[in-house]
Structure formats: C-alpha cells, structure tokens
Write a protein that binds this ligand. Structure first.
Ligand SMILES: Cc1ncc(COP(=O)(O)O)c(C=O)c1O
Length: 417
C-alpha cells in the first residue's frame, strides 16, 4: 500500500507531524495520552483491514497474497529493529513470545532466570514461573531501585547458574527507560541470554537489536505499532535460535518448501532457519495486514526522528506539570525518561483506579474533559505518540491547572508530596 505522506515531508518539522496526525481521526477527539494502554488505530491500517475483510466476505481471498503480506511484514519489522527477517517470528502477544522462547531452552534443574518482579509487567513474570514449575528452574528476583530497574542489582544477581535475564526496555509504570545495551554487553560477555520486553518501547524508541546485544526481543502491535490486539513479533538472534527447540513443531516451523498442506517428514524435518521455527500454523492475517502500513510509516519517518519528537513531547509535558507544582515520578526529565510521564509519588499496586482521593479526583476531571490517560500502580500515566502535538499538551495542562484551581485543598495535598 502506498503511503500518502510525501517523502519530502518526512523530516522533523511540524508539517510532517501535522500530516501524520491527520491520519488518526481519534486524535481530534481530545488529547489521546494513553499509548501505553493502546494506540489510536492508524487509518491506513484500518483501510487494509477492511480490504481483507471484504475479500473474506465475498470469497475472494488470495492465499498467495496473504503469504506475501506475512513475509513483507516480517521484513518491515526486521528493518524497524535492524535485524534479518529470519530472526523474526509471529506471536500472539508478549506473554506468548516470552513463553515460546523460555520453553525452547534446554534447561537444567537449578538454572536461574533473573527478573525484577516488582517492576515487570505480569507478561514478563508469569511465563518464568510457569517454566520454573515445569522445568525445576529458579526465578531470582531483584529489588526495584525507587521505581527503576537497577542495572547494578541485575548484574550482581547473575551467577554461574543464570541462563536468562529478562527486562523491559521501558517499564509500564513508572515508564522509565532501562539502559539495555549496557546489560546486553555484560550478558554477552558472561554467556547469559538477554530477553527484552519491548511492549512499551516498540514503535517509539529507536531500537537496534544488535546494539542492545539482545538474544530475544518481544513486542505486540496494539501500542507503538498502532494496530490490533492479538498479534506480536519476536526477534531471536540467529545464532541463538539455531540452538533452540520450540515447544510446538509446526508446518511453518520446519524447513519445507511447497504447499502448506504438504506433509514432509515430521520425525526428521529440519527446523526452519532462525526464529522462523517459532511460527505456528496459519497466521493472524488481519493483524498482519493492519500493522504493515504503520511500520512502513515509522520507517519513512525514521526511528531517530520519531523518538526525538515523541520523547520531546513527553519531556515538555513533564516539565509543565512540575511547574504547576504536581509531582512527576522520577522528577525532572533525564536519561530515565521515555514517552511515558507518570504523575504522583507513591508507586503502589492499583490499576485503573486508585484509593488516593486526590489522584482519583484529578483523573476524573481529566477524563470528563476527554483527556485520555490511565492509572497504573497508583500513578496517573500519560503517554505520547506520533499523532500527539503541542496543542494536546496545552489542553491537558490547562485542565490540570483548572483542577488545581477548583480543588484548592485537594490540590495542595497532592502538590505537597
Ligand atoms: C511492559 C509490558 N509488557 C507486556 C505487556 C502486555 O503483554 P501481553 O501482550 O502479553 O498482553 C504490557 C502491556 O500491556 C506491558 O506494558
């Protein structure tokens, strides 16, 4: 599909971002600051999905064209994180990718996996405990460092039993960026596999799989990739993939040319090269055709430009919230920052709602005025993407200021923290 964004517009200038925004009808419905929950759907993705559904409705599905879409989308995703298409497979979601990778390792009893249970999303916790129950390995959890994953604590926790370290590149709350490349270098040096949960980073942060020295990267398509739930990608580094035996063996996971219904020699067929061995049965075609135009747009925009624009919006928002006297978790923007800004100072355990009366009052005021955001871990979470602009910041900040003015005493309680 041809993207109508002119090549010449793809620069880090307002007209380009204006053109991008115009392709997200939902962007004009009030500031949409909830990428971390899910993105607005990219119009071109929806058009591609409609065409796919139309073809299904009238019985005109071209299976060959669907397989071509699978391969071109695999290649697009590989370009996005700068690796080879053979290093990419399709998954259902982040949990699925982590479980597929983890269960393909030949574990020995007593092996360990290092994670930070306090900060990781359940998607990067449960699968490891599942693997622990099944294979008798230990999950070693390091403590959080005031809301940050501690590089030092993770490295200290690695010993001769450690096979895998699993971290998120950007946490879902408080939304801090983790220095993945520094951990990657240490893991590679010590022969430990590094899995990165890129659910919050994909499509926003400028990711380079080689520079991260990651062995596996998992992501899904409903956030930074601006598409649907139920589809994910997994990168597995070629040399590592060749050593893994996926829990499922499937027609698409073996090295066989020819029709999908052709049965080769299931007892001895070689695995498909690299991460392709993790592909299972027919693909999520609706998800794949929907995400392709969004990845194409991100590649045209350039990941450096995207990161710089989106992180820039979040930085400005954080500074303006701080200037109003409200606490931003982590303080002034710095190297820990991302596209996520969390407001509050108590990292708790509540999601979607909060027992903190003032926080809830501010959340309700913003929601009633069509500012879309979420509550995670007791913090108000605002998150930005390429469809946002300065006017979203102005509008959201104005409603926060209005709430402070109207709720003098409540606001003072919140700003005191
Ligand atoms: C860091 C992180 N990992 C994983 C997920 C989701 O995992 P899954 O795709 O398995 O539902 C999210 C949010 O939805 C997340 O923020």
């Amino acid at each position: 599909m041809e993207l109508a964004l002119e090549k010449t517009m793809i620069q880090n200038e307002p007209s380009c971002w204006h053109a991008v925004r115009s392709r997200f009808p939902g962007a004009e419905e009030g500031p949409y600051l909830d990428l971390s929950g899910r993105s607005l759907l990219f119009e071109d993705g929806r058009t591609a999905l409609n065409a796919h559904l139309d073809a299904l409705s009238v019985g005109l599905v071209d299976k060959g064209a669907l397989f071509e879409a699978v391969e071109s989308t695999r290649a697009l995703f590989a370009d996005l994180i700068r690796c080879e298409p053979d290093e990419i497979c399709f998954t259902r979601n982040v949990t699925d990718g982590i479980a597929a990778f983890g269960t393909s390792i030949e574990w020995k009893r007593g092996d360990t996996v290092v994670i930070c249970e306090a900060l990781e999303h359940p998607a990067n916790v449960y699968p490891w405990f599942g693997i622990s129950r099944k294979f008798g390995i230990d999950v070693r959890s390091v403590a959080s460092d005031r809301g940050a994953l501690s590089l030092e604590k993770i490295i200290d926790a690695i010993d001769s039993t450690t096979r895998v370290v699993a971290v998120s590149a950007v946490s879902f709350a408080p939304g801090f960026t983790f220095p993945v490349a520094e951990l990657g270098a240490e893991c590679r040096r010590r022969g430990v596999l590094l899995l990165v949960d890129a659910a919050q980073a994909i499509g926003v942060a400028n990711i380079d799989a080689r520079q991260w020295k990651a062995d596996a990267i998992v992501a899904s398509t409903q956030k930074g990739l601006m598409a649907l739930y139920g589809l994910g990608f997994m990168f597995v580094r070629q040399e590592v993939a060749e050593t893994l035996k996926p829990a499922y063996l499937s027609r698409f996971g073996v090295d066989q040319e020819g029709h999908e219904a052709h049965l080769g020699n299931p007892s001895s067929d070689a695995y498909a090269p690299g991460a392709r061995r993790f592909d299972v049965g027919n693909y999520n075609y609706p998800g794949i055709v929907t995400v392709a135009p969004a990845i194409r747009m991100l590649l045209e925009l350039g990941q450096e430009q995207v990161e710089s624009y989106v992180f820039g919006l979040a930085r400005e928002f954080a500074n303006r919230i701080l200037d109003l006297g409200l606490p931003v978790f982590g303080g002034r923007p710095g190297s820990h920052s991302s596209q996520i800004v969390t407001v509050g100072s108590d990292l708790g355990s509540e999601h979607d709602s909060t027992g903190d009366h003032d926080m809830l009052s501010l959340y309700e005021h913003l929601s009633a005025n069509r500012v879309r955001l979420s509550i995670r871990r007791n913090l108000l979470r605002f998150s930005f993407h390429i469809y946002n602009n300065e006017s979203d910041i102005d509008t959201a900040v104005a409603f926060v200021a209005q709430w402070i003015e109207r709720h003098g005493s409540d606001a003072r309680a919140l700003t005191r923290t």
